[in-house]
Structure formats: structure tokens, C-alpha cells
Design a protein around this ligand. Sequence first.
Ligand SMILES: Cc1ncc(COP(=O)(O)O)c(C=O)c1O
Length: 384
Amino acid sequence: MEKPNSENRKIFLSPPDISGRERVLVDEVFDSNFIAPAGEMLTRFENDMCAYTGIKHAVALSSGTAALHLALRIAGIGPGDEVWTSSMTFIGGASPIIYLGAVPVFFDLSPDSWTIDCDLLEENLKEAAHSGKLPKAIVPTDLYGQSCDLDRLVDLSAQFDVPIIADSAEALGAFFKGRHAGKGTHSAILSFNGNKIITTSGGGMLLSDDPKTIEYARKLSTQAREPVVHYEHTEIGYNYRMSNVCAAIGVGQLEQIEEKITKRRAIFERYVEAFSKFQGVGFMPEPKDRRSSRWLTCLTIDPDMQDARLDNILSVCDAAQIEVRPLWKPMHMQPVFANTRFVGSGFCERLFATGLCLPSGSALSGQDQDRVIDIITGALRVSG
Ligand SMILES: Cc1ncc(COP(=O)(O)O)c(C=O)c1O
């Protein structure tokens, strides 16, 4: 079999970047024998995350999806309740609404930030308040490493008395006016799956400034056991806790978060330099009041400038062993959500039709990024 070299080795979209003290910390866990879902590393990971985000309390969980499930349940979401959320997201940001028998309503994005359109939200909240049909919660997505407009969301939440649960799964290290994504909302979730800016191999976290929310989430995540010596249960919980071993990886990864963001932002800048000279090529905006983590570099190609150019780029990259992906297919376009309501003009549909995510991992070498740039430049020239 041919051995991979720098020419034919696959370049992934956002692979894990294990380059710090992760292994030493995992060894510490093994030495302590606390490899079960309990132990000091979990507390350390939660405390470190609170210190980094400025959100006061946190519980480490098995996934971001689990975190959202718990957040919605704690917010009292049940059968028939409406939950308003961003349409352009990963399904893990929407399926917990269904787990609880609730009804998702999908919202469009603002072209200025690619995060939920707050004007649209406000307009619809006013109408819903008028007809007595307010949603039970709003779950805005901090897309591709960009925080939503926290000022507007927090104001709307207070004005209409609807809790905001920030889906910050993709946005560790994203800030809005100096506040971390999700800060000031009812609760926020993070994901540490394999392609995120930091990973614990798989995992997530629920964060909130409200201690009771996190205390209750901790209980629900460990089968809702009552605090007595025997196994006593008065309600149904889940097996959602993160393991102490995974938490050790998380502690080591989080120590390097700012370096990882610096690298991803530099990767983004190089793509901009290489591709913005092509007419019709655009990039995800970053409003002045935000710092994006640039988790993934997202590029768009004006459909008037090309015929099936996206398909061409995707197939050329595939042949060159470079993982490039279309942007998230909006949830209201998914067969599984065929009968749900969508609110907006279809900006996210246009993004899906014209956008791509490029390899953006913090361990991407200069040489590998050159390879990506060469291949895509060739494809842009051919169809230009
Ligand atoms: C926006 C969004 N929400 C939720 C999730 C779910 O997180 P997890 O994969 O850790 O369950 C993800 C990521 O995977 C995501 O990108």
C-alpha cells in the first residue's frame, strides 16, 4: 500500500490538535485510579471553563446534545411547547427539542453576522405576545465560532420573559463586546466533539450564572439520584456525565485555547488573502463588536459568477484528499423537519447553496494550507 506523504495525505476539515499537557494529565487520572465519571479533573475542567468564559457555574457532560437536552428540560420545555431556534445549525442543536416533544420553529440569520436575525425575532415575539403564543424558549446558534448579539437577545428575553439557551457548541473563544458567547443568557452549551476548537474526544458542557440550574443539571445527568445513601429516585434522569479521563484531556486542551484561536484566525486571513482576489468570493463577516474564533473558515461564491462552481470545488478537493464541506443544510430544509415552520426570507438557504467550509484545524501546517489554496485556486480559475 502506498504510504501517505505530504502530497497525498488527507487534509481534514478540523481534526483534533493534541499539542499540550493532555497526556500528562490523563496519566495523572490513571495514577489516581479515578477513571470513572467522578474525580478531581472534572471539577478542574469545570472551574477552568468558568474562569475562561466568565460564566459562573458549569457541569461537564457526555456531549453538547446532552447539554442542550438538559438545558431545555430544566427550562420546563415539554410536549407541544414552541422553541424558536436558528435554522442553520447542526442537528444536535435541534433534536433535543424533539426529544422533549416540543415544536421547533426555525429562524433565518442576519447577513451581517450569520447569527439569528434579532429584528425578525423581535417582530415575531411582538406578534406572538399579542396572540398569547410566546415560545417557551429561544435557542440561538453561535455559528461557526461567532457569538450572537448578546445585548439584543438579553433585552428580548427580559422584555418578553422568554429564556434564552445559547447554543455555543461551535463558539468556545467567541466574544461579544468582551463577553464570552452565551454569557448573560439563561444557560449556554458547549461541545467538545472531535472537530471542535478543543476536544475531549467527545463531550459537552452546560454553563449558567444560576447555581440552581447547574446543580439540577448535575443531578439529572447522573440518573437523578437523590442525595441519600441508597439509590432513591423521585424523577427520571439520564446517564450524561463526562468521565474524569475525558475531563483531563479537556483541561490540557483548554490551557491552549488562545493559541488555537490565534492559529485559526491566521488560517482564515491566509485564505482571505488567497481567494478574495477572485470576483464573487466572499467570507463570513465579523462585526466590529465581536471576536470570532474562526472555528471554520466559511467562504461563499456568488452564484451569478459561476455555474456549479461549488460542486466543482468539492469534487476537485475530494480527488486531492482535501476535506471541504458545504455549510450546514438549514434544518427547515431537512426531510426530518419537513412540516416545521420557517421564519425569514431564505438568507440561510442562499448560504447553503453558495457556501463552503475550508480546512481550518489549528494544527494545519503552512505546507498543507498551501496545498488547499493551490487546489482551490485551480478550481476557481477553471470555472472563472
Ligand atoms: C451548533 C451545534 N449544536 C449542537 C452540537 C452538538 O454537540 P455534540 O456533537 O457534542 O453532541 C454541535 C456539534 O456537534 C453543533 O455544532
